[in-house]
Design a protein around this ligand. Structure first.
Ligand SMILES: *[C@@H]1O[C@H](CO)[C@@H](O)[C@H](O)[C@H]1NC(C)=O
Ligand SMILES: *[C@@H]1O[C@H](CO)[C@@H](O)[C@H](O)[C@H]1NC(C)=O
Ligand SMILES: *[C@@H]1O[C@H](CO)[C@@H](O)[C@H](O)[C@H]1NC(C)=O
Length: 398
C-alpha cells in the first residue's frame, strides 16, 4: 500500500454475477450535483439508532450552511454553533439518500475529509428496501475517531462470510451477516490500514492505497478486477447474493452518540475524559467543527462496455472532444443502464449535462422510508473493494 495522497476513494461494488468485467459510468456526482433533487433526498427522520441528532430538511440544511456546494466540492456537516438544551432535539445534521438505486454496480466515493470528533458516528453505506431483506453494505463507518474502517454486510438469515477465505487483505470479524444475530453486528471485515478511518484518514488527505489513476480521475469505464486484492471481499459462496441483496440506495449520514458511538464512548480514553457523550454533544458545539464530509465526487458504474462515440456526434467544434464524448456517453449509458439494472428507479435519460449524471430521474422514490438499520456495528472500518458479490472497498488514492 502506498500512502500518500489526496483523496480517499471508497469503492463498493455489488456484483452479483462475476466480478470481473467492464463497468460504465452511470452517475458522476460532483459539487452542485449533490444538491439536485434528482440525485439525493434529505431524510429528516428520527435517528433509528437513538443518536443525539436532529436530521434536518434540505431548506434548513442549506439555510444553516450544513450543506454547501461549489464546482468541485460538496460539504455535509453538523451544526457546530449551537449549545443544545438537554430536553430539546439533538445536534442538527444531515442524512442523504440517493434517488437512484443500484443492483450490480461499482461506486467510487472520492472523499477528502470525513467527520471526526468524540461522539461522532459518520457513515457512507448502501441499503435495500425492507431492511434487512434486501441487504445493507457498509462502506465507510466508525465512531469516536477509532479506526480502522470496517466494511460490513447486514442481511436476512442465511448469509455468512467465513474467516480465512481467500481474496481479501482485511480481517473477518463476525462471520454471520444475519442482522438478527448478536445485536446486528453483521459480518465486518476490519481493514488492515489505520488510515482508512478518522483523523488518520484526514491527515493523509483521504487515505492511501493503490488504484489506477484513471479511476481517481473519473474514468468512464472501470474494471475492478484489475485493482488488486480488495480489503474486503464477500463472494457468493456462502451467501447467495442474489437472494440477500436487492437494489441499493447510497446513504450518507452523520449522527452522534446513540447505540454505537454512545455505548462505547467511555471506552475511548480521549473521549471518556469528556464525561457523558450526550452532555458533551449538547454543550460543546465547537468540538464539532471538524465533523464534516468533503466529497470530491461520487461516481457510480454499472455493467457495460465502453460506449462508442459516433463520429457524427461531434459537429460542434466549439466544444472539446472530451466534453462531447462525455455527454454522449452519459446519455447513452443512462438509458441502457437504467433499463437493465434498476428496475425500480425509472430514471430517464435525456441527460445532456456531461458531468452530472443526473438524469431526469422521474423519481418516484423520493419519499424515503427509514429502514431502521439498527446499530451496533462493530469495528470500524474499511475500505475494501468488493469484487464479486457484494463487496466494499475503500481505496485511498495516491
Ligand atoms: C447511519 O448509518 C449506519 C450505517 O451502518 C446505520 O446503521 C445507522 O442506522 C445510520 N444512522 C442514522 C441515524 O441514519
Ligand atoms: C458555507 O460553508 C462554506 C464551506 O465551509 C464556506 O466556504 C462558506 O463561506 C460558508 N458560507 C457561509 C455563508 O457561512
Ligand atoms: C416506469 O415507467 C414506466 C413507463 O412510464 C411505468 O409503467 C412504470 O410503472 C414506471 N416504474 C416506476 C417504478 O415508476
Amino acid at each position: 500500500m502506498v500512502l500518500s495522497v489526496t483523496h480517499l476513494l471508497t469503492l463498493s461494488s455489488l456484483t452479483l454475477s462475476a466480478l470481473a468485467g467492464s463497468y460504465k459510468l452511470l452517475k458522476d456526482i460532483q459539487g452542485h450535483d449533490f444538491l439536485e433533487e434528482s440525485v439525493f433526498s434529505f431524510e429528516a427522520i428520527p435517528d433509528p439508532t437513538q443518536g443525539r441528532v436532529n436530521y434536518v430538511s434540505r431548506s434548513v440544511a442549506e439555510g444553516l450552511n450544513l450543506t454547501f456546494a461549489s464546482k468541485d466540492t460538496f460539504i455535509l456537516r453538523a451544526d457546530a454553533r449551537s449549545v443544545l438544551s438537554s430536553s430539546g432535539p439533538g445536534r442538527k445534521s444531515v442524512r442523504l439518500k440517493s434517488v437512484q438505486d443500484y443492483k450490480q454496480h461499482v461506486a467510487v466515493f472520492d472523499i477528502r475529509h470525513m467527520p471526526v470528533g468524540c461522539g461522532t458516528w459518520p457513515a457512507v453505506w448502501e441499503v435495500g428496501d425492507n431492511w434487512p431483506n434486501n441487504g445493507e453494505i457498509d462502506i465507510l463507518e466508525g465512531v469516536n475517531d477509532r479506526g480502522p474502517n470496517a466494511a460490513t454486510l447486514h442481511t436476512s438469515a442465511g448469509c455468512t462470510a467465513p474467516k480465512g477465505r481467500p481474496g481479501q487483505t482485511g480481517e473477518q470479524v463476525q462471520e454471520n451477516c444475519d442482522a438478527k444475530v448478536n445485536g446486528n453486528v453483521g459480518c465486518p471485515v476490519k481493514m488492515s490500514d489505520s488510515k482508512s478511518y478518522g483523523p488518520e484518514f484526514n491527515a493523509a488527505g483521504g487515505g492511501c492505497a493503490k488504484v489506477p489513476a484513471a479511476v481517481k480521475n473519473g474514468a468512464k469505464n472501470v474494471d475492478p478486477s484489475t485493482w488488486g486484492t480488495p480489503q474486503a471481499y464477500f463472494p457468493s459462496t456462502s451467501c447467495n447474493l442474489n437472494k440477500h441483496f436487492g437494489p441499493q440506495n447510497i446513504i450518507i449520514n452523520l449522527t452522534f452518540c446513540g447505540t454505537w458511538a454512545g455505548n462505547v464512548f467511555s471506552s475511548v480514553p480521549s473521549c471518556k475524559e469528556k464525561g457523558s457523550c450526550v452532555n458533551y454533544v449538547n454543550q460543546n458545539p465547537h468540538a464539532f467543527e471538524d465533523a464534516f464530509f468533503d466529497f470530491a465526487a461520487i461516481r457510480t458504474y454499472v455493467p457495460g462496455a465502453p460506449a462508442a462515440v459516433p463520429p457524427q456526434d461531434t459537429p460542434d467544434t466549439t466544444k472539446t472532444v472530451e466534453t462531447t464524448s462525455a455527454s454522449t456517453s452519459t446519455s447513452t449509458t443512462d438509458a441502457t443502464a437504467t433499463a437493465e439494472t434498476t428496475p425500480t428507479a425509472n430514471t430517464t435519460t435525456a441527460d445532456t449535462t456531461p458531468t452530472a449524471g443526473t438524469t431526469a430521474a422521474t423519481d418516484t422514490s423520493a419519499e424515503t422510508t427509514t429502514k431502521g438499520t439498527p446499530a451496533a456495528e462493530t469495528t470500524t472500518n474499511v475500505a475494501a473493494t468488493t469484487k464479486t458479490a457484494a463487496a466494499t472497498t475503500a481505496i485511498p488514492l495516491t
